[in-house]
Design a protein around this ligand. Structure first.
Ligand code: BG6
Length: 479
């Protein structure tokens, strides 16, 4: 049996605008919802400030300054042999406030240059339209995606991007990890996904489903617009996949895992099938929720079905029906009834290391949806040390990636999953999303920058750089 993946398989790397670009107010860019996120730490959630406060440190403002280093960085990606590169377009670079009628030409030009530079090396851009970068004005003035007006603003933004980059970008995704916001116990997720905060006295589930419905409409309208502009576009959904295992064979645990899993599947169920699943209608009925359906919404959802499912995979989760976990302070994706899984080790940040969980996820998704899949994030956040001779050994990262790619190969070569590609997260060190730290590094390229914003921004190859280059060069045969 062959041990390599097809030569067309898209090996790549992934980043997101707000976590690596910097230049938060350069070239006419407006502030986004992450520009008011302070730094946190392991187990210490980031805070959301009202506006940009000059007395606070915001790690995303400068990030690793890809804005000023993109030619150098893309040259390194090419040296690594990347076939594709996933990043996002910062919405507030294109529409600084979000509700303008005309886009900001300087912002558009920046991505012209980035995409041209990628294509110069034959690297296919894979683009997320919204990766936690909603213009702050839309959050503060309109209440974010709880307001249906945002559907129109997002569609306008999407159309501008599709038209401008038509011919240069083929693979798109609408919203990054759109299902993160199901975790209403942790306010950071609704804020970064949708620019929404929950006021005192409000029913969080009501706010969540009203917001979710608008996001789903926005995604569907963008997909339909993209297909109208270029039928060849491949436009995907993107979800966070954390498979949920039952703690035991107690039927109560099995059911607890099944029910918790609905929070993972609700968004892709709609984005892929074009209609709401039965379990959500029952939930609305039982809990008296009203997502705000209007005449014509069903047609919009049906007309905006995605072409593939992109997903991130870092870890699995285990639930026990009678456990009582407080997820509000978790930076590791804990659910209300999460417990430790005795069979897997965890990273310094408490993220469970579970390669089988990736094979399991690929099978779960493929069995459920039968459309192409794309692993657009996977990786190991770890502390790296530069040795006195300037080298950086990262064996734990190599080990993590090797075992996960081996699981991917099994899913494709033994289980028959249709997989477009694999883009490890943070191919170059960047700001951690959940903690705002620099020390939680994922890159195969090191960046000299610390948690407090010190450092020269110099780039260095880690040991994983050469290892991954070989993986790509052998189509995954040599791990
Ligand atoms: C995903 C996000 O949740 O996980 C990324 O799409 C994020 O934006 C990544 O960076 C890893 O999380 P963290 O908190 O370790 O950066």
């Amino acid at each position: 049996m062959t041990t390599s993946l097809s030569p067309d398989f898209l090996w790549g790397g992934a980043c997101a605008a707000h976590q690596f670009e910097g230049g938060w107010n350069a070239g006419g860019k407006g502030p986004s919802v992450v520009d008011v996120l302070t730094a946190g730490a392991n187990g210490v959630p980031r805070r959301i400030t009202e506006t940009v406060d000059p007395h606070e440190f915001y790690p995303n403002h400068e990030a690793i300054d890809f804005y000023g280093h993109f030619r150098e960085d893309i040259k390194l990606f090419a040296e690594m042999g990347l076939k594709c590169f996933r990043t996002s377009i910062a919405w507030s670079r294109i529409f600084p406030q979000g509700d303008e009628l005309e886009p900001n030409e300087e912002g558009l030009k920046f991505y012209d240059e980035v995409f041209d530079e990628l294509l110069k090396y034959g690297i296919e851009p894979v683009i997320t339209l919204s990766h936690f970068e909603i213009p702050l004005h839309l959050a503060r003035t309109y209440g974010g995606f709880r307001n249906r007006k945002l559907v129109e603003f997002f569609e306008r933004f999407a159309r501008v991007c599709f038209e401008r980059y038509n011919g240069r970008v083929k693979y798109w995704m609408t919203f990054n990890e759109i299902n993160n916001q199901m975790n209403v116990d942790n306010p950071i997720f609704l804020w970064t996904n949708s620019g929404v905060t929950i006021d005192e006295g409000e029913n969080p589930q009501q706010v969540l489903y009203q917001t979710a419905h608008n996001c789903l409409l926005a995604s569907a309208k963008a997909v339909a617009a993209g297909h109208e502009i270029n039928p060849e576009f491949q436009i995907g959904a993107m979800v966070a996949m954390v498979p949920i295992y039952p703690y035991s064979c107690d039927p109560e645990d099995i059911m607890a895992a099944e029910i918790a899993g609905r929070d993972r599947f609700f968004f892709p169920d709609v984005q892929i099938r074009g209609y709401y699943p039965a379990y959500t209608f029952k939930k609305f009925e039982c809990e008296g929720l009203d997502p705000g359906f209007q005449d014509g919404d069903e047609e919009i959802l049906r007309a905006g079905k995605v072409d593939y499912l992109g997903f991130s995979y870092y870890m699995s989760n285990t639930v026990k029906h009678d456990a009582d976990t407080d997820p509000s302070k978790s930076t590791s994706g804990a659910l209300r009834n999460s417990v430790e899984n005795p069979y897997i080790k965890v990273s310094e940040w408490g993220w469970g290391i579970d390669p089988q969980g990736l094979r399991n996820s690929l099978n779960t998704f493929y069995n459920r949806y039968q459309i192409p899949l794309f692993i657009v994030e996977n990786g190991f956040g770890d502390v790296d040390t530069v040795q006195p001779d300037g080298t950086i050994d990262d064996p734990a990262r190599i080990d993590y990636l090797r075992n996960h790619i081996a699981a991917v190969k099994q899913a494709v070569l033994e289980d028959g999953v249709d997989l477009i590609g694999y883009t490890p997260w943070g191919i170059i060190d960047l700001v951690s999303f959940t903690t705002g730290e620099m020390k939680k590094r994922y890159g195969m390229i090191y960046v000299d920058r610390d948690n407090e914003g010190n450092g020269t921004m110099e780039r260095r190859k880690k040991a994983s750089f050469d290892w991954y280059r070989t993986v790509i060069a052998t189509d995954g045969a040599e791990l």
